[in-house]
Design a protein around this ligand. Structure first.
Ligand code: FES
Ligand SMILES: [Fe+2]
Length: 342
């Protein structure tokens, strides 16, 4: 697969946070097109292409009138299905005058986000684990990468880069052997790590207990979601879920929900450290992926070389190819052991 593949696999993609969508329509770029997202008077959320059929004005510059989105130029009004309902200068149903409809996306509001259906996904949107559960604290980050979804999801599930890109912050090279078990799932694959070093880094110093086993699982959920989970015997538990929306083939909007359970009442204090730290670390990835993408553009279409240390890379590529209708991923329930050094 070319790292610059322009096609977007079918799926439920996040367009924006539900909070960002007020009474005004919102301009959102996703899957290579521009959309006007709007919430009608009855609360239904829809997305239509941001281009009036009449003279091409941006509908996101218009306003919501009842169940319709009205163009600011001559007032044509569209339903959430992209059909013209009203042409103010003509009597009758607008659809009688203009039979073509704008491309539109079915939308669902879930977990504080607006999801749009692109193509025919196999299932409903993936839900954010532990979000809103009693005893859990969550916060949200929105990050723009100048890189494709493939590069983003692999980066979020890739341990070896952390000793270089996040040295001192998240991981510091210790040259210690780490065991990993990769298990294929019905909708992706996961890697569980054992004996992981967690010394000499700000994240572990602040956010983990000094002693005790850590359970660490990285999970890919096809076609565009990652979950990274750390759990400690004393009850501390962190889940970082990232959902990637392609803006274009080489630009991605990542919506991350970080949920954690900490000692009673300490959630706000943990968050006070955790949130700026997470933003700092993700910006390190933004800079690396921006530079990687810029270099891929100089060398288009070249294949990648991999080693077993790219534990989930092959599964991610196989699942994303499958989501585009090519090939088959490995069947669920297969287990593979990998030894690496971190
Ligand atoms: S351009 Fe939209 S109504 Fe004329
Ligand atoms: Fe990273």
């Amino acid at each position: 697969m070319s790292p610059l593949d322009a096609r977007h696999p079918p799926g439920w993609y996040i367009l924006c946070t539900a909070r960002a969508l007020g009474r005004k329509p919102l301009a959102v770029q996703a899957a290579g097109r521009h959309w006007a997202v709007f919430r009608s008077a009855s609360g239904a959320v829809s997305a239509v292409e941001d281009r009036c059929l009449h003279r091409g004005m941006a509908l996101s510059a218009g306003k919501v009138c009842g169940e319709h989105l009205q163009c600011p130029y001559h007032g044509w009004a569209y339903g959430g299905d992209g059909r013209v309902r009203i042409v103010p200068a003509m009597k009758g149903d607008g659809h009688d005058w203009v039979s073509t409809a704008l491309p539109s996306l079915e939308c669902r509001e879930l977990d504080g986000y607006v999801f749009a259906r692109i193509g025919e996904p196999a299932g409903p949107p993936h839900r954010f684990k532990h979000l809103g559960e009693p005893g859990w604290t969550s916060f949200h980050m929105a990050t723009r990468f100048q890189a494709g979804v493939d590069a983003c999801v692999e980066n979020f599930l890739d341990c070896p880069h952390a000793t270089f890109v996040h040295r001192g912050w998240f991981r510091t090279p210790t040259a210690k052997p780490v065991r990993c078990t990769v298990t294929t799932l019905a909708d992706g694959a996961q890697a569980e790590f054992f004996d992981e070093p967690r010394e000499k880094s700000v994240v572990w110093w602040l956010l983990s207990p000094r002693r005790g086993e850590m359970r660490h699982v990285d999970r890919f959920i096809s076609p565009h979601t990652t979950e990274v989970e750390y759990e400690f015997p004393n009850g501390l538990h962190y889940v970082i879920t990232s959902s990637c929306t392609p803006i274009t083939a080489t630009k991605t909007q990542v919506h991350t929900v970080i949920s954690f359970r900490s000692w009673r009442g300490l959630g706000p204090l943990v968050r006070a450290f955790f949130e700026p730290l997470s933003r700092h670390i993700i910006q390190q990835d933004v800079r690396m992926l921006d530079a990687q993408q810029a270099n891929l553009a100089r060398h288009p279409g070249r294949p990648f070389a991999s080693t077993p240390a790219d534990v989930l890379g092959g599964h991610i590529q196989a699942w994303r190819r499958f989501a585009r209708g090519e090939g088959e991923p490995v069947a669920a329930g297969q287990v593979q052991h990998v030894d690496l050094v971190l």
